[in-house]
Design a protein around this ligand. Sequence first.
Ligand code: ADP
Ligand code: MG
Length: 751
Amino acid sequence: MVELSTPVQYVKGIGPNVAAVLETKGIATVEDLLYYLPFRYEDRANPRRVAELQPGEMASVIAEVRGSLLMRTRKMPIFELSVTDLGAAYAPEPAGARHSGAKPALRAGAMPRHATLKCLWFHGGYLKDRFRPGQAIALYGKVEQDRRGALQIIQPQFEILSEGDDQENGAQASSSLEIGRIVPVYESAGNGKLTSRWFRHAIHRVLEQLPPDLPDALPAAIRARLNLPPRREALQKAHWPDSGESLRRLLDFRSPAQQRLIFEELFFLELGLELKRRRLRAQRGISFALTDKVRHAVKRLLPFHPTAAQKRVLKEIAADMQQPSPMRRLLQGDVGSGKTIVAMQAAAIAIENGFQVALMAPTEILATQHVFSARRILEPLAYRVVLLTGSLEQDRKRATHRHIAQGDANLVIGTHALLSERLEFSKLGLVIVDEQHRFGVLQRFRLMKKSDDEAEPDVLVMTATPIPRTLALTLYGDLDVSILDELPPGRTPVVTRHVDDERAGEVWAFLRKQVSAGRQAYVVYPVIEGSDEEGQIDFAAAEAKKSTLKAAEQMHRKLKSEILPGVRVGLLHGRLNSEDKEIIMRRFARGEIDVLVSTTVVEVGVDVPNANLMIIEHADRFGLSQLHQLRGRIGRGSAKSFCVLMTTGEITEDAQKRLAAMVRTSNGFEIAELDLEQRGPGEFFGTKQAGMPSFRVANLLRDRDLLEAARREAQAALAGMDTAAPSADFSRTLVHLKAHWQRRYGLVEVG
Ligand code: ADP
Ligand code: MG
């Protein structure tokens, strides 16, 4: 017998070496191994016969090896294998007898003709000694026709069915795991050291040794309500589905067994997050007063009528701020939806109550921008706004620190420098974090730790990354979410075009026309920029940065002297010191610069309504969300705006799709979905910033419905605890959560 907690290396057949390979997949215990689910299944109960294959289909074939050869073409060695239906070979090999047990199930009796199937592997030299005539083999891949009409599969996945650890297991057991049923296919591990077949056998053995009853930490009532099978059964059937199970459903991860395991993972995540949220609510926060004086101040700083969405969101924030528990709120709104003014209103509430506010931005340029607009917006209230960045001179930095500590500064705007250990606030009441997707969740915690002995400050996180709601709930699971889903009135949609740079001449002519009509423009270059405060030790990245920066500088010179003589052209990039950045941004904002050649530092937050044209060079090198952010810099004024996506020569199919999406839509959510699809959640959020738990079974894109259900159930279960002591069943659930939370999700411990 094995237990779930047994380390894998004590499982029969797994030694320290194999255990080390498993470790790389995050598999340490029997439980981990059992949650290593197949990523695919093959229907080998009803495999296609070679004779019935159709070109174009994805097919699972069981066949017999006829022969093989290694062809040395000029370009590369190609390995060719030919197979026929089992038993169709004219010369019965002795090996044939070994498969006789499986033959009836495979309907190998009457073959109409000796159809053959060719399998090709490019650079297949390594396969040359793998096959012998007569071997039974399982193949999976896309059936095609070669030039002469013969059937072939290029680079199929394959498994030799009559070889391997047969001796050890007995041919009988082996063949029943490999054929005659729906067979699980696993990702291999350790560079192919542990094959799919290895996992199949190991997991099968472990399941056999597992007690028939396993404790199930999912509350019985929830299981019953959602019709989910018990844990033991789910584990069994997720690996070894019943013969009647639909292959389609399995491939979609929608069999009851799979659903149960996915739900379980999401339920415990949501339960943990909900507990965290509750614990936070129990902490002592600041209860800001919303007196008439405060309300009046908040109203005074509005230069325009707020949109309905802005009103609603401010109400949500103000309600949080009045509560005696600390606010943790995410404000999500597409670029240009007007988050800044809402944040400033929240700041006014805190400042009017006698507290200080910290606003943290991801880059110096953005911090500088915020200082401009904050001073402008807050002018009627005469607050003291200070800037704190890493590149400030020592003297000035010390002085700024002193102002903050003495409470002279009402609003402190800065970069990572705000996280400095030496910085002390006199009375910090509200922390606003802008463009959260660039910060780690951990940093957020560090910032909040600032006032240990006092009440916890409120935290408002702003992001322009439109994340589908359910994903936001998980990614920022411990935050409440407000959404600005309405743009300020009078915006004209940006006209976007994709243009090959052979037509650059026309584009520059267009730019000249806009400038002489009094408009301004951005010309964006894909320079690789990193935060200087993170310390660059990656030399290759540093080199790439340098060379792309050079290209931007060259372009700047060329535009200035050759292409746009007489036009005032400025250059902005991350390497400039903060004062120079400030000067350039200010001149552009005042209209003293007509064309700003820039790197992606203008991506976030920059707000110059008179700029109505953006030309993005090498647009294919940008990600979708980034393009969308960039384009968000224009279309802010009343004049019609234009975005030109320039590319040079041929671009990849994916890039083509991205640019087409940009031309087609300006809906941030639609673009985010597509971006998410193209890059997957990890890339989309960026592993470093996301602080997102990694899932072993669930997939946030695929399993949104289950995520919603898990959240609902977790909240309901905990709400039940407010009125009555937890049942014995639910107590077990909580014990399980505590035992697993830290290890599984690496998030802050619970309760
Ligand atoms: P973001 O959400 O991208 O931070 P901003 O706060 O920078 O958006 O707002 C974009 C622009 O829209 C700014 O020029 C701002 O002054 C303007 N704006 C914001 N709210 C309104 C409103 N209710 N009516 C008119 N203009 C608005
Ligand atoms: Mg903004």
